[in-house]
Ligand binder design. Structure first.
Ligand SMILES: NC(=O)c1ccc[n+]([C@@H]2O[C@H](COP(=O)([O-])OP(=O)(O)OC[C@H]3O[C@@H](n4cnc5c(N)ncnc54)[C@H](OP(=O)(O)O)[C@@H]3O)[C@@H](O)[C@H]2O)c1
Length: 264
């Protein structure tokens, strides 16, 4: 079978580099892009110590021409970068895998209208198998009796700019639906009690932590704690590559979730 041809956007970022390292047999990197003015623009992947040899890292003005020879646009960048780049990829009918986080609602709405009806995409704030399995468990917290509270905290590296993490927001939406919360509280200080309609989500930023999400489900006399710890960014890269492979057999011009890819 011919390898799946990938155009990696944000190729010199933490996640982009991991995607290039993990894309072994069955994939070929045909395009690598970074931000205009990046010190890595024009360097080869080999110069960054990545597999892919003499392929050069280009700036976004080359996106269309690089996508011409690609099957899948795969990207971990910033919301602003995605707004520009995804419209190019969708306009060319290329399949899209994006793990970028931090979009606001109007950006998400705009992406939906650019992608749906034009191509297939997997968008996920977390590509790990474990987090998507955890999401499945949390969707069942509707079975817990009234009087049990759900709270969540997450810890990420100090380089992360969006807080709380996209994953925490995603898991929070699942908890809010299951437990009928109508408000989210991000940390507490001063006086005041928790009210029954509130979900708590707190974010901590420390060192180089790739990602920790902990959910606490507490009644008056017992507590359940369910957590997920990412040991390495590899899990996200491998999940994104799994999504790219899955998309090759899908042709419905819709946006899909990682839970659909994994069937959980
Ligand atoms: N979904 C998941 O499973 C998952 C997992 C981990 C991280 N993430 C998310 O993925 C995103 C990236 O994370 P990261 O840790 O890899 O960040 P990062 O190291 O800062 O990488 C971002 C990369 O995107 C590049 N970039 C910026 N603007 C661009 C543009 N217009 N066109 C092309 N490339 C552009 C940056 O270049 P410069 O450095 O030159 O600006 C950088 O190489 C974040 O939103 C993060 O939360 C998602």
């Amino acid at each position: 079978m011919a390898p799946i041809r990938l155009c990696v956007v944000g190729a010199d970022g933490r996640m982009g580099q991991e995607v290039i390292r993990c894309a072994g047999e069955g994939f070929s990197i045909v395009g690598a892009l970074t931000h205009t003015g990046s010190p890595n623009e024009g360097k080869t992947l080999a110069e960054l110590g990545l597999p892919g040899g003499s392929l050069r890292i280009e700036d976004p003005s080359k996106l269309s021409s690089l996508l011409e020879r690609a099957d899948v646009y795969i990207s971990f960048t910033t919301p602003d970068a995605e707004m520009a780049n995804i419209s190019v990829a969708a306009g060319l009918g290329k399949k899209i895998v994006t793990g970028t986080t931090g979009f606001d609602q109007s950006q998400l709405d705009a992406l939906r209208s650019v992608i749906e009806g034009h191509t297939e995409a997997v968008m996920s704030y977390n590509f790990s198998v474990g987090i998507n399995f955890l999401a499945g468990i949390l969707s069942r917290t509707s079975a817990l009796p009234k009087g049990y509270d759900a709270s969540m905290y997450e810890i990420h590296h100090t380089g992360k700019v969006d807080s709380p993490s996209g994953t925490a927001l995603y898991l929070g939406d699942i908890l809010s639906e299951a437990r009928k919360y109508t408000r989210v509280v991000h940390g507490r200080s001063g006086r005041g009690r928790r009210s029954a309609e509130e979900l708590e989500i707190s974010a901590l930023r420390a060192g180089g932590v790739p990602g920790i999400h902990e959910v606490v489900l507490a009644g008056q006399n017992e507590m359940i704690r369910i957590g997920h710890t990412a040991f390495s960014r590899k899990i996200f890269a491998e999940g994104a590559l799994l999504a790219a492979r899955w998309l090759m057999d899908v042709s419905d011009r819709k946006i899909h979730s990682m839970r659909e890819v994994l069937g959980v």
